[in-house]
Design a protein around this ligand. Structure first.
Ligand code: UD1
Ligand code: MG
Length: 467
């Protein structure tokens, strides 16, 4: 069996993106474009993968790590020149080499397989993957002779008016006989509109040398789209979004409004989970089965158990165990963990804190830097005062405790199991088991004082009128 190699071109800056971020690092559904390409290539059993890096080389290498080898193209003199930089690594090899750009994030591994099969079947020196575009503008055009055989590729900027009307485009993916590729690359010149060494020129060179050049036309143009600017980035994002949503629906997830649901490519979701409109599920998020993710929730890098209910809330780098619930309008900030059957209600914030099983926090509270046991009740408006202006401090609350409404728990402090904090208290000292901590001014009632106040006259007048 022939050896198989892949070269990924990722050295360009991506001027048309008008961005500080290098083009191939722009994310689509939570993953950099070049990572999408590599992920699909990895599924096709390559003997070697080489990525050509230049602009942002360190960033690309940091992202892709040792999943690929690298060749440096220190000056971006064109795609042909880019491929030539891999000659030290691949030049002596016998086998088939696929070339793919780092800015075509929608290709599927199955298409790469089809290209290899076709290439083998045709016994070709080069096979171009082509597609038919409704709007071929900016792509290289496939020029065929009068019997339909490919003779060359012409870039947009070099195309005559007639050539520009051709809708069959070069997807930027090719399969080559490895040795013939490098031999032809040395003959590529840069006498064109952009003054670059074009990889597609290899096709014309091979053809002129009497080699077999084949073209495999894929059915779905959208899979081949190249992303050169932000408009294309949005179109590609939409294609990827549909693909991801369909995969989850096929797997038994209800997505009420797929058009407004944004799920990153690595998110996992169990069956019978319902995703309501406007939801964003990002990063390394795992969601169990029978979950309801309510409208406009956002979940980032978090793990959600089974039967959890999330109502219009934001969850970041946190864990919610089975049967817990949150919202509406609450926020789990990083390193929060809600145990089984925990209830976090309206307008609450939790940060770097654990709430044990069955603990309840219904309304308007903040718990930061704290460990709460099981079966605790946190009243309305409780604040864990964790910050002294310089340092963050940690508090602990034991099982079966009760923290009354509007209490301040000033860290560091420990409330033992079965402790009780009276409403409105500002707690600065530990509370032992079975104790009640109360820390507020005593109430004094002054008889007839109402009558001395200006409201008294107003109240009397209103009472008269209401008679
Ligand atoms: C390229 C093809 C065009 C094809 C289209 C498909 C050429 C000359 N043109 O055009 O026929 O229809 O892709 O999407 O190849 N790169 C380098 N080094 C360089 C230049 C580019 O590594 O010196 C990389 C870029 O980072 C990019 C890829 O090669 O990932 C393609 O370059 P790009 O400038 O996007 O070419 P297109 O104009 O899209
Ligand atoms: Mg491109």
């Amino acid at each position: 069996m022939d050896k198989k190699f892949t070269i990924i071109l990722a050295a360009g800056h991506g001027t048309r993106m008008k961005s500080k971020l290098y083009k191939v690092l722009h994310p689509i559904a939570g993953k950099a474009m070049v990572d999408h390409v590599l992920t699909q290539v990895e599924q096709t059993n390559m003997d070697e993968i080489v990525t050509v890096v230049g602009h942002g080389a360190e960033k690309v290498e940091e992202l892709l790590g040792d999943r690929t080898k690298y060749a440096l193209q220190s000056e971006q003199l064109g795609t042909g020149h880019a491929v030539l930089q891999t000659e030290d690594l691949l030049g002596d090899e016998d086998g088939m080499t696929m070339i793919v750009s780092g800015d075509t994030p929608l290709f599927k591994a199955s298409t790469f397989e089809e290209l290899f099969d076709y290439h083998r079947q045709k016994g070709a020196a080069a096979t171009i993957l082509t597609a038919n575009a409704d709007d071929p503008f900016s792509y290289g055009r496939i020029i065929r002779n009068n019997v339909g055989v490919v003779s060359k590729i012409v870039e947009q900027k070099d195309a005559t008016r007639e050539e520009a009307e051709i809708t069959e485009i070069n997807t930027g993916v090719y399969c080559f006989d490895n040795k013939k590729l490098f031999a032809a690359l040395h003959q590529v010149k840069n006498d064109n509109a952009q003054g670059e060494y074009y990889l597609p020129d290899v096709i014309g060179i091979m053809k002129d040398q009497g080699e077999i050049v084949a073209a495999y036309q894929m059915k779905d143009f959208s899979e081949s789209m190249g992303v050169n600017d932000r408009r294309a980035l949005a179109v590609a994002t939409d294609v990827m979004k549909k693909r991801i949503n369909e995969m989850h629906m096929v797997n038994g997830v209800t997505i009420v409004d797929p058009s407004s649901t944004y799920i990153d490519c690595d998110v996992k979701i169990g069956s019978d989970t319902v995703i309501e409109p406007g939801v964003q599920l990002q990063g390394n998020t795992v969601i169990g089965g029978d979950v309801v993710v309510g409208a406009h929730s956002k979940i980032v890098d978090s793990t959600i158990g089974n039967r959890v209910v999330i109502t219009s809330s934001t969850i970041e780098e946190s864990i919610m165990h089975d049967d817990s619930n949150i919202g509406p309008n609450s926020h789990l900030r990083p390193k929060s963990e809600l145990g089984e059957f925990v209830h976090v209600g309206n307008f609450c914030e939790v940060k770097n804190a654990t709430l044990g099983a069955r603990t309840k926090m219904g309304h308007l509270s903040y718990v930061g830097d704290a460990t709460l046991g099981t079966d605790i009740n946190i009243g309305c408006g409780v604040v864990f005062v964790n910050y002294d202006g310089i340092n963050k401090h940690h508090s602990t609350v034991g099982n079966y405790s009760f923290v009354g409404s509007n209490a301040n728990i000033v860290a560091p402090v420990t409330l033992e199991d079965h402790s009780y904090v009276a409403a409105g208290s500002t707690i600065t000292n530990d509370v032992k088991e079975f104790e009640m901590g109360i820390a507020r001014g005593r109430q004094v009632n002054k008889a007839d004082y109402f009558k001395k106040l200006p409201v008294y006259e107003a109240a009397k007048k209103a009472e008269e009128e209401n008679k």
